[in-house]
Design a protein around this ligand. Structure first.
Ligand code: ZN
Length: 163
């Protein structure tokens, strides 16, 4: 990914080469949700185990580009062990960071006029590395794929609570 800050590129490659929480969980009690990004060919499987109000465990399967896979790895770290409201808050924060330029997709690439909501990158840790991706609008869907799939998995967990 030319154009990305060196440090950020290192963080992304580290998660790509050594993905965290990769594998699968037994379903049930976990739920399994697939996400696809046809623009790039990324496929993500999210295995989610919710216990009460907590993200008890999460595993990632599937394959795709370095952005989609490293983002999935970071996502599991960001939400695992958190309460559901906390996890949803992190997802919202991440998506806010990634959506700054999302409306430009398919546009002429001109700068947005509205000033985006400030996102506190220091609170996002490694996730901040993905901010450089907003410079490549076509890759934003790669970065947000696993997060949207996680939200879907949360919904499914509500519908079929593990007992
Ligand atoms: Zn991709």
């Amino acid at each position: 990914m030319p154009g990305l800050d060196d440090l950020y590129r290192e963080i992304i490659l580290d998660h790509y080469r050594t993905p965290r929480n990769r594998g699968s969980l037994d379903t049930p009690p976990a739920v399994r949700v697939e996400g696809h990004n046809p623009l790039c060919g990324d496929e993500i499987e999210v295995y989610l185990l919710v216990d009460g109000d907590q993200v008890a465990d999460i595993k990632i399967g599937g394959q795709g580009c370095s952005i989609s896979q490293s983002s999935a790895s970071m996502m599991t770290q960001a939400v695992k062990g958190k309460t559901i409201p906390e996890a949803v808050a992190v997802v919202k924060q991440f998506k806010a960071m990634m959506s700054l330029h999302e409306h430009e997709m398919g546009g002429d690439g001109s700068e947005a006029e509205a000033e985006p909501e400030p996102v506190d990158l220091t609170k996002l840790g490694d996730l901040a590395a993905l901010q450089g991706v907003v410079k490549f609008p076509v890759r934003i869907k790669c970065a947000t794929l696993s997060w949207n799939t996680f939200l879907q998995a949360l919904e499914e967990s509500k519908e079929s609570p593990a007992s």
